[in-house]
Structures are given as structure tokens and as C-alpha cells.
Design a protein around this ligand. Structure first.
Ligand SMILES: [Zn+2]
Length: 388
């Protein structure tokens, strides 16, 4: 393999390899599914397999000139298409798509492509790259019908392929014409984490392959292999929700998880109103970073409540965030009879409202009020009963 670090989806990979070996690999493939499942990595592995001089039973050898050129995106037969910034109106119809980029942007792109060549889960992401430019497709059309210095098959990788269709589908329509009459010995691999935004006409031209989220066990094993301490790895595997890229990011910043929980605790259990404001500001910043950032925060919070629920029912054995054991003990002693599952439920709902673009301060305030009401109601009931 070209990426020793890629967690293969064995079922998909074996199917693709068998198709390639028997000459039945479809001309157009669409890899779709949630982020952090290795879709781009698998696509690059296919490009490597097709270009490899000494493939073995696992796939590409990862060592020959062909493999090395694919991994550095310098193979004459492998084209990478991805969203690019539009530049400042200087780009003409027949221009190279990179012409609109400034030197610093080109440098950044090169740097990120080099990182991608080493890490299949690295996400190439240029600022203002909101669409796949029509010039990229025109440029592709010019190149793929020409003969190149390299023998063999051509592979066209299209990352974030939904951006062929966003905001306008002009690039998708231009690509469609190529897909309808593809040149010989050419394989298109479109990759997207947002298949719902893709035109049906494009989707129906491709063999669609779904990449499911990785299992918690796969993520845990990967983190342990990367020397993440066992206890942290367990927490991260829970929060990452099958997204290996997210898991590795969280491993590098584990204190963001514990930090999220501490922020919430202060807002919930300390009467100083500044803590509410801090939590609102924090979530406002997360919302600006995107829904994924909000989701990480709420996953940590939900895991925390779930842990308390587990602790209150079964004790410390099944805890995920073990370092909080003393904290859980204190909380469950202080808050007997609290329906912790309601706190989980409220937090899940709140995340849904926030993702649907609600007004962050209002939603977070309502959430905190709801949580406090659940906590206090039970306390009141408890105290009343004991007074009685
Ligand atoms: Zn090779």
C-alpha cells in the first residue's frame, strides 16, 4: 500500500481490487459517506494500484517510481481536482485554474498537497476555496484527451466533489459531458462527504460506494498504536463518532475535551453569571468554526452526562472518562434521583437546534435553564421529602 497508515475498509478494498484485476473496474466511481472514513485515502490507493509497477496481493507496492509519483501528486497520469479560490477576476475562460492564485496561495497548496501525500486523512483546505472552478474541468478536458509521456491508465481524483455543484452546477455539467464519453483507459473517482448536494445526473453516472463510519474499536486501536494513553484513547474513541481524522485531532488536544466539561460545570453549579457568558461566547466561537466544532463540544458534554448516569446506576466500572470518577461520585451524592438521561436528551436537542442555525446566545441560555431546572427540580423534591 502507498499509505501504511490508512485503515482499510477491507470489504470495499477487496471488491475494488478484484474489479481492477479482472478488468471490471467502473470508469466512474463515487466514494461517499461521513468525514474521516478514509475515502480520499482509498481513492489515492486506487490511483497507486493502477500506476504501480509491482503491485502485490494487498495493492500497490508503495515503493516503485509509479507509487512515489502518485503519493507526491506528480504522476503524469493522475489528476487531482479540488476546490480552489476564484482569484480576482483576472482568470479567463481558457486559463489554467491556478492562474488566479497568488504566490502565497500556490505555496500553501503545494504544502498541503505534500502533507496529504504523507497522511491519507489530511484535509486539503484553502481559504475561499468554495467551488470547483469550471477552469479546472476545462483544463482536465484538454489534458485527458492528449497522450502523455506515461503509459497506462489515467486516474482523475475529484475531492469535495459536491463543490462541482455548489454554488452553481456549471462545473458539474461540464464534467458530465466528459463522463458521458470518457476517453479510453480512464478512471474517475469522485469523493464527497456531502452526497446530498450532488446532482442526480452525476451520481447516476457513477458506481456509488458508501464508506461507513469506523468502529470505536478501530479508532481505539489506531490511537493506541499512535501512543495515545489508553484512558484518553477510550474517551476520544467515544467522542469521535467513527471519524478517524477527528480522533487524531482530539488526541493532539485532549484538554479541549476536559476544558469543555469544566466550562459547562462552572455554568451549571456556580452562581456567578460570568460563567454563563463564557459558555455562550465559547459556543458562539465554535459555531463560527462550523458545525463539526460544535458537535465535538456537545459530544464531550453528552459523554459526561452519560458517564454520570452510568456511575449512578452501576458504579465506576463502566466509566469512559475515568479521571472524573471522584467528581462523578460527588455529583451523584449531591443530586440523588436526577434523571440524567433527560440532561442527555436536552443536550442532543440543543445541538440539533444550533446546527439548524439558531441564535446561539438564546439557544445556550435556554439549554442551561433547562438543565438547571432538571437538576433543581429533583433536588427540591428530594429536600421537600426529607423535610417532610
Ligand atoms: Zn508501486
Amino acid at each position: 500500500m502507498n499509505f501504511p497508515d490508512l485503515i482499510l475498509n477491507r470489504k470495499i478494498w477487496q471488491r475494488l481490487m478484484a474489479a481492477w484485476e479482472t478488468g471490471k473496474l467502473p470508469h466512474s466511481l463515487l466514494f461517499y459517506g461521513p468525514p474521516g472514513t478514509g475515502k480520499e485515502g482509498h481513492a489515492i490507493e486506487i490511483a497507486s494500484l493502477v500506476s504501480c509497477q509491482h503491485p502485490n496481493e494487498k495493492g500497490a507496492c508503495g515503493k516503485c517510481g509509479g507509487c512515489r509519483k502518485v503519493a507526491s501528486f506528480q504522476h503524469g497520469n493522475v489528476y487531482l481536482i479540488l476546490p480552489l479560490p476564484r482569484g480576482k477576476g483576472t482568470i479567463k475562460k481558457e486559463d489554467d485554474p491556478l492562474k488566479g492564485l497568488k504566490t502565497a496561495q500556490l505555496e500553501e497548496l503545494r504544502k498541503q498537497m505534500a502533507a496529504k501525500g504523507k497522511d491519507p486523512y489530511y484535509r486539503i483546505e484553502l481559504e475561499h476555496a468554495n467551488t470547483i472552478l469550471i477552469n479546472s474541468i476545462r483544463d482536465l478536458r484538454r489534458k485527458i484527451y492528449m497522450t502523455t509521456s506515461e503509459f497506462g491508465w489515467k486516474v482523475i481524483l475529484i475531492f469535495e466533489a459536491e463543490k462541482l455543484c455548489i454554488p452553481q452546477p456549471e462545473s458539474a455539467n461540464a464534467l458530465l459531458k466528459i463522463l458521458e464519453e470518457p476517453p479510453d483507459n480512464t478512471i474517475f473517482i469522485l469523493v464527497t462527504s456531502n452526497v446530498a448536494s450532488m446532482l442526480d445526473t452525476i451520481r447516476s453516472r457513477c458506481q456509488q460506494i458508501y464508506f461507513p463510519p469506523l468502529s470505536d474499536e478501530q479508532i481505539l486501536a489506531d490511537l493506541i498504536e499512535h501512543k495515545v494513553p489508553g484512558q484518553q484513547a477510550g474517551v476520544i474513541a467515544h467522542i469521535a463518532g467513527g471519524n478517524i481524522r477527528l480522533a487524531r485531532e482530539l488526541a493532539g488536544s485532549f484538554d479541549t475535551i476536559t476544558g469543555a466539561i469544566e466550562l459547562l460545570e462552572r455554568a451549571l453549579y456556580d452562581s456567578n453569571p460570568d460563567h454563563w457568558q463564557n459558555l455562550i461566547s465559547h459556543c458562539t466561537v465554535l459555531k463560527k468554526q462550523g458545525n463539526a466544532a460544535l458537535e465535538n463540544f456537545f459530544r464531550a458534554v453528552i459523554l459526561y452526562f452519560r458517564d454520570i448516569l452510568v456511575f449512578s446506576q452501576a458504579g465506576p466500572q463502566a466509566l469512559v472518562i475515568r479521571q472524573f470518577e471522584a467528581k462523578y461520585k460527588q455529583l451523584t451524592l449531591k443530586n440523588t434521583g436526577v434523571p440524567w438521561e433527560q440532561l442527555i436528551h436536552q443536550s442532543e436537542n440543543t445541538l440539533r437546534y444550533l446546527k439548524a442555525n439558531g441564535y446561539v446566545p438564546l439557544i445556550i441560555t435556554t439549554w442551561l435553564l433547562d438543565l438547571q431546572s432538571i437538576l433543581n427540580q429533583e433536588n427540591r423534591l428530594y429536600f421537600n421529602l426529607t423535610e417532610w
